[in-house]
Design a protein around this ligand. Structure first.
Ligand SMILES: [Zn+2]
Length: 153
């Protein structure tokens, strides 16, 4: 192996380790892989990972739904009315969706927003049309998870 090649491999290894640390959620046990997009504005991918970890232990049902319906998470500043998340209709219905999640209010809010947007992703996959007011169901979902996890913290 030439020196140049060794350096190149070293750099590649570092890039891979960083990519796995920040930009991918990999759970081999449940074969759940979710991309976490790089955020240009400093929002926090590690908080997203801690939220996923907390849900995995604290609410396996919600975790399973996230893995089933969400393929990538986009940590972003607040968008939409619910202090934090967005679900964009018009995605490909045949694949897992992408959701926007704000991490600026800390861990509990981040995971509540995850659950809320996953609720929209589930509605979307079940074929419920955009434009209907399906917010109640999703607000109930995030209230439920917040109550459950704050109580048991
Ligand atoms: Zn909503």
């Amino acid at each position: 192996m030439t020196r140049t090649r060794a350096v190149a491999l070293g750099v590649l290894a570092v890039v891979l380790v960083l990519a796995v640390r920040y930009f991918v959620w990999i759970d081999l046990g449940t074969r759940c892989v979710i991309t976490i997009r790089p955020s240009l504005v400093g929002y926090d991918n590690i908080t997203v990972k801690r939220a996923l970890e907390t849900l995995r232990h604290g609410s396996p049902d919600d975790y399973r739904k996230i893995c089933a319906h969400v393929g990538s998470i986009n940590p972003n500043p607040s968008c939409g009315g619910f202090g934090g998340g967005c679900f964009w209709h018009g995605q490909d219905r045949g694949t897992r969706t992408s959701i926007d999640v704000s991490t600026e209010h800390g861990l509990i809010w981040t995971l509540a927003i995850l659950v809320h947007e996953t609720c929209h992703a589930t509605q979307f996959h079940e074929g419920r049309p955009a434009g209907f007011d399906h917010e109640d169901e999703c607000y109930n979902a995030d209230h439920r998870i917040m109550r459950a996890l704050v109580q048991f913290e």
